[in-house]
Ligand binder design. Structure first.
Ligand SMILES: NC(=O)C1=CN([C@@H]2O[C@H](COP(=O)(O)OP(=O)(O)OC[C@H]3O[C@@H](n4cnc5c(N)ncnc54)[C@H](O)[C@@H]3O)[C@@H](O)[C@H]2O)C=CC1
Ligand SMILES: NCC(=O)COP(=O)(O)O
Length: 327
C-alpha cells in the first residue's frame, strides 16, 4: 500500500517552504501531504520560478504516489501574509497549528510519518507559546514522558540525553533514571527500527576527561557509571563513559552503532561538522515516525534558490525507509 507522509515546512519566513517546493520537483513513491498555507507555497514557488500544482488532501481517497511538480495540501492559513526572511510573531500560532495537525494525523494512523522543516523556536515563544523544539512538542502531544533526539549521517549516529535546556541545568537533568530511559529507548530503536541485532553504544562522560576519577567532576562516579552498570546487567552493550573529546575517533566510531552524548552541544557540533546538509534528525521513542532536517530556518536564504535541500531529502527518504520497515 502506498504510504502517506505528512510534511510541515516550519517557519514560513525561512527556507522550509523553499525546501518543500524543491522536493516537489521530482516524483515520490509515497503521497506527500504538506500541512501549510497554500498561498504561501504558491507565492514562494513563483518567487523561485519553479512549477507547482497543489491538490487538496482528501483523507478518504487512497494514497497515491506523488507526481513531479505536485504536492497534496492539507491547508492551514497564515495569520498574516509572509515576507521571506522577515519573522512575524503573528504567524507563531500558524506554525504550531501545522505541527498539531500533522501530529494528530500520525497519532490517528492517517499518516505513516511526519517530516518537519525548521521552525524558529524564539518566534514561537514570542507569540506566547512555550516551545523548546519539535522533539519536546511531539512528546507532549503524544503523551510520551521520554523520547530521544538522534541525528544521523553517513557513518555516525549521535543521540542526546538532554535536549533543549540551558547548559546550567544539564548536570541536574542527567539523573540515573533519565540516562537509563534514554539508553533503553536508543537500544530498542536501534534494534527495531534500524535492524541492528546487538547494538554497541559508546557513551560520553559529562565532565572533561569523563571526570578524571572525580577530580574534574563527580557526576560520572555518582550517576553515570552506576546507571551504565545496571543497564549492562540488563544485557545492553555499552562502552564508557569515555571522554567526549576523544570518543569521536575512527577506532571507536568503526565499532559504535551510536554515540550517546550528554547534551546538545557535546554531540551535535561533531555530527554537523561531519555531515551538515546530509544528516537527518530522528525522534526515537514516539508512537509514530518523525524525522527532520539538520539545520535551522536560514532566514537570509528564503526565496533565493540558495537553500541546499540535501538534509530535507535525507529526512524524507529516512522517513520512507522507516515507514516501509514497519511492515
Ligand atoms: N529542526 C528545527 O526546527 C531547527 C530549528 N532551528 C532554528 O533555526 C533558527 C536559526 O538557527 P541558526 O543557528 O542560525 O541555524 P541555521 O541552520 O538556520 O543557519 C546556520 C548557517 O547555516 C546556513 N544554512 C542552514 N541551512 C542551510 C541550507 N539548507 N542550505 C544552505 N545553507 C544553510 C545558514 O545560511 C547559516 O549561515 C533558530 O531559531 C533555531 O531555533 C535550528 C536548528 C533546527
Ligand atoms: N539542533 C537540533 C534542533 O534544534 C532540532 O530540534 P527539534 O526541533 O527537532 O526538536
Amino acid at each position: 500500500m502506498t504510504k502517506r507522509i505528512a510534511i510541515t515546512p516550519g517557519e514560513p519566513a525561512g527556507i522550509g517552504p523553499d525546501l518543500v517546493i524543491a522536493i516537489a520537483q521530482q516524483e515520490w513513491p509515497v503521497q506527500i501531504v504538506v500541512v501549510a498555507s497554500p498561498s504561501l507555497l504558491m507565492e514562494r514557488a513563483k518567487q523561485l520560478c519553479l512549477p507547482l500544482t497543489l491538490t487538496k488532501y482528501d483523507p478518504s481517497a487512497p494514497a497515491k504516489p506523488q507526481l513531479a511538480g505536485t504536492l497534496t495540501i492539507l491547508a492551514s492559513e497564515l495569520n498574516v501574509p509572509c515576507i521571506p526572511g522577515q519573522l512575524n510573531p503573528e504567524n507563531g500560532h500558524y506554525v504550531v497549528e501545522t505541527l498539531r495537525l500533522a501530529c494528530d494525523g500520525n497519532i490517528s494512523g492517517e499518516f505513516d510519518a511526519v517530516v518537519t522543516g525548521p521552525v524558529h523556536k524564539g518566534l514561537i515563544n514570542q507569540a506566547g507559546i512555550a516551545f523548546s523544539g519539535h522533539t519536546e512538542y511531539f512528546a507532549h502531544q503524544a503523551n510520551c514522558s521520554d523520547v530521544v533526539m538522534m541525528l544521523a549521517t553517513e557513518g555516525l549516529r549521535v543521540a542526546l540525553v538532554t535536549t533543549h535546556i540551558p547548559l546550567a541545568y544539564v548536570s541536574k537533568a542527567i539523573t540515573r533514571e533519565r540516562l537509563q530511559k534514554v539508553t533503553r529507548i536508543l537500544n530498542k530503536d536501534l534494534i527495531e527500527k534500524f535492524g541492528i541485532k546487538t547494538p554497541q553504544i559508546y557513551v560520553c562522560g559529562i565532565n572533561p576527561h569523563a571526570g578524571e576519577d572525580g577530580h574534574l567532576g563527580r557526576e560520572e562516579i555518582e550517576v553515570v557509571i552506576p546507571a551504565l552498570d545496571e543497564l549492562r546487567a540488563e544485557g545492553i552493550n555499552l562502552i564508557g563513559p569515555l571522554p567526549a573529546d576523544t570518543i569521536f575517533q575512527e577506532k571507536y566510531l568503526s565499532q559504535a552503532d551510536a554515540i550517546l552524548t550528554m547534551f546538545h552541544d557535546q554531540g551535535l557540533p561533531v555530527l554537523k561538522y561531519k555531515g551538515f546538509g546530509s544528516s537527518v534528525n530522528i525522534t526515537l521513542g514516539l508512537p509514530f515516525i518523525r524525522t527532520s532536517v539538520d539545520h535551522g530556518t536560514a532566514l537570509e536564504l528564503a526565496g533565493t534558490m540558495n537553500a541546499d535541500p540535501g538534509s530535507f531529502y535525507q529526512a524524507i527518504n529516512t522517513a520512507i525507509d522507516l515507514a516501509n520497515n514497519q511492515n
